[in-house]
Design a protein around this ligand. Structure first.
Ligand code: SF4
Ligand code: SF4
Length: 135
């Protein structure tokens, strides 16, 4: 399985070699999509993790055991459906094509498993429908 997650660190856990342990102990492949790391404040990282389901679940349990906050990426990317007019502007800046137009109904949809947390969709949306709360 392959999933994108957001990990939030407290100051005291910033020095733990967590991605190394995910690879070595749980045989997981990881890709760091984004990292905001601050030595004197809480930090965050967006990771794509791939591996056998059992290993993936064990790896997540390991992270939770360190008292890290783990969330699926879709939890922090929001679209206000009452504001979105499905204009498609955000699709033009989304390089991994996580936002796309569904040609059957011409609605703009989001595939969270492709999102790399760049926040460009937030910046270009003319009606401020997109919001990201990675920090
Ligand atoms: S740019 Fe904004 S209004 Fe247009 S489709 Fe994207 S989220 Fe909706
Ligand atoms: S944050 Fe970036 S990658 Fe994710 S949906 Fe928005 S534009 Fe696409």
């Amino acid at each position: 399985m392959k999933k994108r997650i957001i990990i939030r660190f407290k100051r005291k856990t910033i020095d733990k070699p967590i991605v190394y342990r995910l690879a070595r102990d749980y045989d997981l492949i990881f890709n760091i999509l984004r990292a905001n790391v601050f030595p004197r404040a809480d930090s965050m990282m967006v990771l794509e993790i791939e591996g056998e389901t059992e290993n993936f679940n064990k790896g997540i349990d390991y992270l939770k055991g360190l008292n890290l906050d783990i969330e699926p990426i879709e939890q922090d990317i929001n679209r206000d459906e009452s504001k979105c007019v499905h204009c498609g502007v955000c699709t033009s800046v989304c390089a991994p094509e996580a936002i796309y137009i569904n040609r059957e109904n011409m609605k703009v949809e989001i595939d969270y498993e492709k999102c790399v947390a760049c926040e460009l969709c937030v910046k270009v949306c003319p009606v401020k429908a997109m919001s990201v709360s990675f920090e």
